[in-house]
Design a protein. Sequence first.
Length: 411
Amino acid sequence: MKYLLSRLALAVGLAAPVLLAHADDQVKRGEYLARAADCMACHTAPGGAPFAGGLPIVSPFGTIYGTNITPSKAHGIGVYNDDEFFAALTEGKRRDGANLYPAMPYTSYHLMPRADSDAIHAYLKTIEPIERAAPVTRLSFPFNVRLGLMGWNLLYGKDVKLAPAEGKSDTFKRGEYMVEVLGHCGECHTPRGLPGAMQQDKRLTGGLLNGYLAPSLLATDLAARGWNQQDLSTFLKHGMSAQGTMFNEMFPVFHNSTQGLSETDLAAMATYLLGDPAPAAKVLSEVPLDNMSPSAQRGRQDYLNVCAGCHAPNGEGKPHIAVAMRGNTTLRLEDPRNLLRVIEDGIGEQTFTGFERMQPMPGFADKLTPAQLTDLLNYLRQGWGGLSSELALSDVQKLQADAPPAEHKAH
């Protein structure tokens, strides 16, 4: 008996380092997966502790607050076991059985394998618990009746599906998982119908978010805006490329998620989005002023008055100060709302990888009349966006009227 006990103790002693190494590997993997799943962006309030919740998420049905997902037992997920965490992540089911609102992208995460969920949970259990309650979501009737989400989930909860894997490369399949499941890109880049569900027949064709357009991610549309696989990988890794810089809702995605992903995964995402082989990126040539519409020709002077000081007279931009207008992807969008919103709202100072940063861009909402904005938009779109269409004053005024209140704009 004594011999058996000693052998058992030896076996346990030999196994302990292996088990510890496995647990450490799982935590490291979970940290990476949590970054890829962009958990921090929605579960961290501006200026707040990471993962402690409190971020207001504006939806058509009211404001939903990101929850505390630190290991706090009173306010976070410290009492969740792996089964309960997996149910929350992939089914939108809280530990107490209540349904989560689909601002939590369980509609995409439902395709996440159990091993990835367990790894994310293992990582979250190692971060500092924050003993602070996030604001409670209180929606108006009938959206405050969580029981009604049972029917919604039956209809839409598992709508996101992966394409058949036959004939696809491992790189393509990895990119599909990173984009469609972990990155849940379709949650913003897909239009939604009246019940707030993604319109799967228009998947990744673009969606509206707080007055901005999350543009189409279809390969043909990306290529038409000048994207190739290398530039797209660079954009995700560094937040900037020849096509411009990340701003609005995509900046937190870069800051909290994509800049920390491996080159292999970023290349896989670009391969999935653009296809293999990818369509050729459209190259634009600058349009002479005489070939532009009268409105665009007037807009040249507005550009020189308010834009050229930073973006340069001929649109070449200035390193570390302002992006170039030449080749800028925002100017090439058929829908002008993002360009209008940026000109009116401005962009705060942004820090990118390494020592790269862009100075703040002021908003010009109180400095340009609707007529001047129309002329400026036409100049930018026709001169450097490759668009021959002309915006009317009424088009710009309608977009201005549709702008969300200041408190609902991007965080």
